[in-house]
Design a protein. Structure first.
Length: 405
């Protein structure tokens, strides 16, 4: 199992740009076909890559998605389990190991994607292998997907598969999360590009120009006050992990990048900033953009030289399932039977592909995985405990057997 995870880590699937999706999809397809699954590889067409933010994010390469079906004797019910193949880019410095080697150290596997989300894909494959080797035949169908671009919204990944009705099921599992809780709610998110337009001039006569960076700083200051003073107070009564240091699930806004200017001796005429707006269940895409524009317009009303453009890069909706839903209760009872205790039910400020299963697929679904706060997901020295990888495979195989036999 560890060797398989290492093989996945060594296939670099960083997004952006979105590399080697075809390679990792073929690798998984071969293994699942050996386990008796029917497999299909679906490439999202160009329009989905554009909608994902191709031009803003620098996306390139095929958007390969795998569907594998293990058919049962009766064909019903259908359980859909999803994991994603893409990973966040690894920073070039700071790692104690090569981020794409899957080094084993002190009972952990280190590497980009070790906990998010290649441990989950590994557990899924080995859960099916265990059932094939020693379990009873399934009555219902097991539908597995390994999809791309989750880290940037999943539009050309699981979103594409649901949009084209290539995935239909009765209930689902999103293998993307932590070993210490079950996800029942995930924030949606909107990525924007904010552009400040100014007027170039000589750096020693700045009064003759309009400094786009200076105007951007005013807008960023206003947006920061807005998210700290307004959004952090806007929440829904869904508990979150204590590690977040919040008392409930709240809305968020992040200033992710800022770029502008060509040199110190020139007044910059353009400055851009990428902004991420996280929306809680119940907030709408339209309301979120309206509020941001109101903030920016207020800044402009105080400084007529502020000239901005706000462009949406991409969007993903949030999702929610009640903690009292019978499916949630059932899955947590199964987890309790495997590891000896139930898991807390939490909302997450992050987003994931579970929104497609709940919102587009209209199926009850929960999210969990391997790792936890120690894993440093998206960060330097990302890692996963081997013991949690094994536990996850046991949990997944038990859920499959309980639901489909």
């Amino acid at each position: 199992m560890v060797l398989f995870l290492q093989d996945l880590i060594r296939i670099r699937t960083q997004v952006p740009p979105g590399e080697n999706y075809d390679r990792i999809t073929r690798f998984l397809a071969k293994r699942l076909e050996e386990l008796g699954c029917q497999v299909w590889i679906h490439e999202a067409p160009e329009e989905y890559i554009v909608k994902s933010g191709r031009d803003f994010l620098g996306l390139s390469g095929p958007r390969s998605n795998l569907i594998a079906r293990s058919r049962g004797t009766e064909g019903s019910p259908v359980l859909h389990i999803n994991g994603h193949t893409d990973v966040q880019p690894a920073t070039p410095t700071g790692w104690s190991t090569d981020p794409f080697e899957g080094v084993v150290k002190d009972g952990h596997v280190f590497g980009r994607g070790s906990s998010d989300d290649k441990a989950e894909l590994t557990a899924l494959v080995f859960a099916l292998e265990a059932i094939r080797e020693s379990g009873p035949p399934l009555k219902g169908d097991l539908l597995l997907t390994a999809t791309c671009d989750e880290e940037i919204g999943g539009i050309a990944g699981l979103g594409y598969l649901f949009d084209k009705h290539l995935v239909t099921a009765d209930f689902g599992i999103e293998l993307d999360g932590s070993a210490d809780n079950i996800g029942i709610a995930y924030n949606g998110r909107i990525r924007y590009l904010l552009t400040s337009h100014g007027r170039a001039a000589h750096g020693q006569t700045p009064h003759l120009g309009i400094n786009a960076i200076e105007k951007m700083s005013k807008m960023i200051t206003a947006l920061t006050a807005y998210w700290r003073g307004v959004l952090m107070q806007r929440g829904v009564d869904i508990p979150v992990s204590p590690s977040l240091k919040l008392d409930r699930l709240v809305a968020m806004l992040n200033i992710g990048t800022i770029k502008g200017g060509v040199q110190g001796a020139t007044v910059p005429d353009t400055c851009t900033s990428e902004i991420l707006r996280c929306i809680v269940p119940g907030e709408t895409r339209e309301d979120a953009e309206r509020e941001i524009r109101e903030i920016l317009d207020e800044v402009r009303s105080k400084d007529p030289d502020v000239n901005y453009q706000l462009t949406e890069i991409n969007y993903r909706d949030g999702c929610y399932i009640s903690p009292n839903h019978p499916y949630v209760v059932e899955i947590n009872n199964i987890i309790k039977d495997v590891i000896g205790h139930p898991l807390p039910l939490y909302g997450h400020t992050a987003s994931c592909d579970m929104n497609y299963q709940i919102n587009q697929g209209r199926i009850p679904c929960v999210g969990f995985g391997a790792g936890g706060p120690y894993s440093r997901g998206h960060g330097v020295d990302e890692n996963v405990k081997i013991s949690e990888l094994l536990d996850l495979a046991k949990i997944v195989s038990t859920i499959i057997l309980r639901k489909l036999t």
